[in-house]
Design a protein around this ligand. Structure first.
Ligand SMILES: [Ca+2]
Length: 462
């Protein structure tokens, strides 16, 4: 029997699709991701099924849309009756390991893994939100606690920083350094008698945008892109967009950002901190590959890099990800390299995060559960003539999004407003044409497609 490949899935938290230098922001420092994308294949239009952690990650693990698996918020997890392709891999003979963030609830749910090193969000609050995770226990050995909960109290003029902070402890204690180091150790200590599936979940670049000084130093002379927006934009968008920013302003707490304090310099600072965390993770992507090399497994390993959703970072006068389906939020990096994956320029085919599960199973030579709603990307990964999806979808609460090659529509259930963008002519999504009568037929056609998708994926049983 042919030796089955190891598969290493690296998932960051809240990393937008364009934060890879070779095909995104030219000034971000990501040499290892550039190399990975150069050796393999990167997707420029990979859509997350939801805009926050829990629903998005449950869609990845079950390969089902959010309304089909029903996990619509954080601190919830799939019931045992739902499919889980990690369990399928494990049952087929893979050793399955997760080091870092998964966001399961309860915290130590096996989720198909033989081994887990559980690390939650940077601002996870043990006691209040659940028991200590492995990172809390690690910090406790150093007589420390997670600092991110308290930045808003410990850092002077915190709300001027738009969430940016400098990591206050030894750099080796930074969560992503802990996760990266332990993941490399895991690879180097594993015997590889069985093929390995490893999910490395980094906690960054999720807010707070804290990062060790050595990573930040690389960005001292770098100007990152300014936010995408136009002066009157917010008036043409659903009123929720302005309302959430107004409500956060003046509120105290670890996750509040007071946008009234934003200046071009402060936004640059916020973006530099965010990117510096990505560069720190990029170093670990390189280290993971060195560890595979030291374990003599490079030739037989497929590496997959992605994230669970993005972050506006000021685009469209929004921060974070909760309130919209802009590409800054809902598109993520997706890179495959190794094994049968062709080496080619990034492709613009439309794909979805629910496609990851069927892809991994096919690469592993395992038959998929027929309940999975994603489509294997192996044809795209191996054949330049293959093509992606006609429509991709994402949802959050009462918002439903459809994207085609040319159009994106966001439907706000029960509301008289919505969003419609021509993604060819207006890729920055500034010109909302939802209420423009010229596009009424287009809007109706996209609405029908949404309804067909929603009904079909909700009730289809196989
Ligand atoms: Ca997340």
């Amino acid at each position: 029997m042919k030796k089955r490949p190891n598969i290493i899935l690296v998932m960051t938290d809240q990393q937008r699709w364009d934060t890879v230098a070779s095909y995104g922001w030219r000034n971000i420092i990501t040499p290892n991701l550039d190399q990975l994308a150069g050796e393999g294949l990167a997707f420029l239009n990979a859509y997350a099924q939801a805009t926050v952690c829990g629903p998005s990650r449950n869609s990845v693990v079950s390969s089902k849309y959010v309304h089909a698996h029903g996990i619509e918020r954080n601190e919830r997890w799939l019931p045992a009756s739902e499919p889980n392709w990690i369990e399928i891999l494990r049952d087929s003979g893979y050793r399955t390991a997760n080091l870092g963030k998964m966001h399961t609830s309860p915290l130590r749910l096996p989720c198909g893994f033989d081994y887990r090193l559980v690390v939650e969000n940077k601002n996870y609050e043990q006691g209040k939100m659940g028991p200590p995770d492995d990172y809390d226990l690690y910090l406790k050995d150093h007589d420390l606690e997670r600092p991110a909960q308290r930045y808003f109290e410990t850092i002077e003029n915190w709300y001027d920083n738009l969430g940016a902070a400098v990591w206050p402890y030894d750099e080796e204690l930074f969560p992503d350094n802990y996760i990266g180091r332990r993941s490399c150790q895991y690879i180097e200590q594993y015997d590889f008698n069985d093929p390995l599936f490893m999910w490395v979940g980094f906690a960054g670049p999720h807010d707070p945008y804290d990062v060790p000084l050595s990573a930040l130093d690389q960005y001292r002379e770098i100007d990152l892109p300014e936010p995408v927006s136009s002066p009157k934009e917010i008036e043409t968008k659903p009123p929720e967009h302005a309302e959430v920013m107004r409500r956060m302003d003046g509120r105290a707490g670890h996750a509040a950002i007071w946008w009234s304090r934003a200046t071009p310099e402060r936004i640059q600072r916020m973006r530099r901190h965010y990117c510096a965390n990505i560069s720190l993770i990029d170093d670990w992507v390189g280290e993971l590959r060195h560890s595979l090399n030291r374990a003599s497994q490079s030739e037989n390993t497929i590496v997959l890099f992605t994230s669970d959703h993005g972050d506006c970072l000021g685009d469209h006068n929004l921060v974070y990800k909760f309130w919209a389906h802009y590409d800054s939020i809902v598109k993520v990096p997706l890179i495959f390299a190794g094994g049968p994956v062709r080496s080619d320029q990034p492709v613009d085919d439309l794909v979805e995060m629910i496609d990851i599960g069927p892809t991994v199973l096919e690469l592993a030579g395992v038959t998929a559960d027929s309940r999975l709603q994603g489509t294997s990307l192996v044809p795209l990964l191996t054949d330049a003539a293959a093509s992606g999806k006609e429509n991709v979808f994402s949802e959050q609460g009462h918002r439903l999004m459809i994207r085609t090659d040319e159009w994106k529509m966001v439907y706000y259930a029960g509301k008289p407003y919505g969003e419609l963008y021509n993604m060819i002519q207006d890729p920055d999504e500034l010109d909302n044409m939802y209420a423009n009568p010229t596009y009424a037929v287009r809007r109706a056609e996209l609405t029908t497609r949404l309804l067909d998708w929603y009904s079909d994926t909700r009730f289809r049983r196989s």
